[in-house]
Write a protein that binds this ligand. Structure first.
Ligand SMILES: [Zn+2]
Length: 151
């Protein structure tokens, strides 16, 4: 550097760069200030996620426990059904299996002394009389609704 003009230009460049550095530092500080609440949110969300993970794990264990209870109950009911089917006899089981797709859970009903509980209306007197005369404990087919009616 020989001329004062060159020295002045360099000084101007230095001042300009210093101002830029200062602006960048201000920007960096502002960004750091902006990041603080975001980092706090991230930390809070991480804590919440840990809590939710715990809840998910607990609910998964609860679901497994309930599922195994239901499976045990189903096994028990299947066993009870097989035992009951053995007591009833194959003739009624075949008839029951035949009408069950149409009548569902109401395929076998009771007789209250006057009516078959499966009939949508009052049972005709003759049919009621016929069922009433059956021995108690007898299972017969209702002539009106086709359900198996237990006397
Ligand atoms: Zn009936």
């Amino acid at each position: 550097m020989t001329s004062p003009k060159q020295a002045q230009a360099v000084q101007h460049e230095i001042d300009s760069l210093s101002a830029k550095i200062s602006d960048l530092e201000d920007g960096e500080l502002a960004l750091l200030g902006d990041m603080e609440p975001v980092e706090e949110s991230i930390e809070s969300m991480a804590i919440e996620m840990t809590s939710l993970d715990g809840q998910i794990e607990a609910l998964g264990s609860e679901a497994e426990r309930i599922e195994s209870e239901i499976e045990a109950e189903i096994d028990d009911l299947v066993e009870q059904r097989a035992q009951a089917a053995g007591e009833v006899g194959t003739e009624f089981i075949e008839e029951y299996e035949h009408i069950r797709p149409d009548l569902g859970a109401r395929a076998v009903v009771t007789f209250d002394g006057k009516n078959c509980s499966g009939c949508p209306f009052v049972m005709p007197a003759m049919e009621a009389d016929r069922v009433r005369k059956l021995a108690e404990g007898t299972v017969d087919r209702c002539g009106e609704c086709s359900r198996l009616v237990c006397r």
